[in-house]
Design a protein around this ligand. Structure first.
Ligand code: ADP
Ligand code: MG
Length: 595
């Protein structure tokens, strides 16, 4: 009887392994860049086409491979980095599993040129789907160039699963930045579709960070240092006032390897406690050096998770070092010693009677001062609106509807908890969330500006300059037509510097910069699931940023305009983020409760 069990052919095993290591073009970028770092390159170039879907090439000037090694490199479990299992505990290289190149070659066309210092000529090897198709000699300088073409050509399901070029490029940039930040001493270049995205010369860390994220970062960083017998910590945290609403700039490196660790993140976040506005995230670039023996990085195939032997101590070191640096550089407001002697609490939170947070109001800004006349809903429309909100109420008699129709204009509205507008009607009460209602109004207006391409623009008295980093620049190029349609007047001054001359209505000058930062952060493209258009995402981000906030006091007239505008919306039940906007409370419900 023949056996049911057979060993998987190598190319199948490689394809399966590839599934774990290579999820998208960015995974290939990570592996190739790390190999170049391991090969002690001084200059590393990354060249991609169509976000890596067509081509990913990494060229380095490192140690190269000889004619035997070039073949071995593509075998599974072939590595020059460890020999025996114990070596795993003394790792100073990025790679060690010896499966990246084998995996990549299983699912793409790979062309490698490589030359060691000792060799006179370079060796060229071409592999397609794990099969060697050509091996020749060539004349290349010392170092290695690996070009990966037609990624996932033999796994259509994977290929179809890839996101748009913008999203994939974002992932590639993320990986590139992680490696570049881990090795400021190496020169990195990055070209996408023939244009240069990054040119990062060897530099000290601070300069590398501003090279990767934009010049203004330089002054916003606070150095963080600590040395203990267990670990050495160096790096920077971002001053709390520059914290972002997005989680973008959080980087941990352990022995120069980028690591994702909710545990370490928590340590840093807790050091920022009381210094950040709710919803804001700390930014940091922190580098821990520990004895390789005390960590296990082998727990995930992509090697960006980690386990520490002395987790609690590492946590404590991080937390206290970050706290210390925030204190030393006086980014923490002066402590009130009379009220609070507990060192662990940054502010006298516990003893103080809470006062409402100060509200940043731009006094010149009136969200209701719209240049377009507000079209008040007609009588018949109110009827429709009122019947629309009649969720499970009994059908109103004709008479009642008639009497309700002009109620919203004459009745006295009031604001509750600086959060809701209460609108009393004949037989019920509406409770409307001011923030969500305004989001809905703005979202619909912005979306129609984009579609009609005629957003109203207001000239700025003082044009505003913003310097962008390469990633933001890319986002800007992707969305500048939409921004223009919305009413932004933006000129590209010189390299990566924008000048904002005009902004859409409802966008006060003080909000332009944070709004653009948000729009260009990649969030509007990252989350784009196929059916959400970019315009939709942008309109949402705009609405979210510019809507009246919870906590803002509103005058009665402002409440009235808000309601009028709101009832003029196409959709009134949910906000652009799918949250309910209002509830109704029936008279009889109140009566029942008070029965
Ligand atoms: P690992 O990095 O885990 O060892 P890889 O599959 O990434 O496994 O690479 C296999 C081997 O190929 C490496 O151990 C190294 O010896 C060699 N190699 C890969 N890339 C380069 C490069 N750019 N320069 C020199 N040698 C390389
Ligand atoms: Mg490797």
């Amino acid at each position: 009887m023949s056996s049911r069990i057979a060993l998987l052919p190598d190319h199948v095993a490689n394809q399966i392994a590839a599934g774990e290591v290579i999820q998208r073009p960015a995974s290939v970028v990570k592996e190739l860049l790390e190999n170049a770092v391991d090969a002690q390159a001084q200059t590393i170039q990354l060249i991609i086409k169509n976000a890596g879907k067509t081509l990913i090439q990494v060229i380095d000037d490192g140690m190269g491979m000889n004619s035997t090694d070039i073949r071995l490199a593509f075998e599974r479990h072939a590595t020059s980095k460890i020999n025996v299992a114990e070596d795993l505990f003394a790792l100073n290289t990025k790679g060690f599993r010896g499966e990246a190149l084998a995996s990549i070659a299983a699912i793409a066309h790979v062309e490698t040129h490589t030359r060691t210092k000792a060799d006179e000529v370079s060796h060229c090897l071409k592999i397609e789907g794990s099969k060697v198709v050509d091996q020749t000699l060539s004349t290349q300088p010392k170092g290695t160039s690996i070009a990966v073409k037609s990624l996932f050509y033999n796994i259509p399901a994977r290929r179809n699963f890839l996101k748009s070029d913008t999203v994939e490029l974002r992932h590639v940039i993320d990986e590139f930045q992680r490696v570049a930040l881990a090795h400021p001493e190496i020169k990195f270049l990055f070209f996408n579709n023939g244009s240069e995205l990054f040119d990062l010369p060897p530099a000290v860390l601070r300069k590398r960070i501003s090279g990767a994220f934009g010049a203004k970062w330089d002054t916003n960083l606070v150095p963080t240092e600590e040395t203990t017998s267990l670990a050495t910590l160096t790096g920077f945290v971002l001053k709390p006032e520059f914290a972002k609403k997005t989680r973008g700039q959080q980087f941990f490196f352990v022995n120069n390897r980028f690591i994702k660790s909710p545990f370490l993140h928590h340590a840093v976040s807790s050091a920022f406690e009381g210094l950040l506005k709710p919803g804001y995230h700390p930014g940091y670039f922190l580098y821990l050096t520990v004895d390789p023996k005390t960590i296990d990085i082998n727990i995930h195939p992509t090697k960006n998770e980690i386990k520490f032997e002395e987790e609690q101590s590492v946590y404590a070191i991080l937390r206290s070092a970050v706290k210390h640096s925030l204190g030393v550089f006086q980014v923490v407001p002066t402590l009130d010693f009379e009220q609070n002697t507990a060192l662990d609490v940054p502010y006298a939170f516990k003893e103080k009677i809470p006062t409402p947070p100060p509200i940043e109001v731009d006094s010149s800004f009136n969200p209701f001062r719209s240049s377009a006349p507000i079209s008040k809903p007609k009588k018949e429309e109110w009827e429709g609106i009122l019947s629309g909100i009649q969720i499970d109420a009994p059908v109103l008699e004709k008479e009642t509807v008639e009497s309700l129709i002009d109620v919203p204009q004459t009745t006295r509205l009031f604001q509750l908890f600086h959060k809701y507008i209460v609108c009393p009607l004949q037989t019920r009460m509406l409770l409307i969330d001011q923030n969500r209602a305004h989001q809905r109004i703005l979202y619909e207006q912005f979306l129609s500006s984009i579609t009609a391409k005629k957003g109203v623009s207001q000239q700025l008295l003082f044009p505003l300059e913003m310097s962008l980093n390469p990633a933001q620049m890319l986002e800007y190029e992707q969305m500048n037509e939409i921004l223009e349609a919305l009413g932004f007047q933006i000129e590209l001054k010189k390299d990566q510097v924008l000048q904002v001359l005009g902004s859409p209505e409802h966008c006060p000058p003080t909000k332009i910069e944070p709004l653009l930062e948000n729009l260009l952060s990649g969030e509007s493209t990252d989350r784009s699931i196929a059916h959400f258009s970019q315009a939709d995402q942008i309109a949402k981000t705009m609405a979210k940023n510019l809507a009246i906030k919870t906590g803002e006091p509103l005058q009665v007239e402002e409440q009235q305009v808000l309601l009028d505008d709101f009832f003029g919306c196409k959709e009134t039940s949910v906000s652009p983020f799918n949250k309910p906007i209002f509830i109704t409370l029936e008279k009889r419900e109140i009566e029942q409760k008070l029965n």
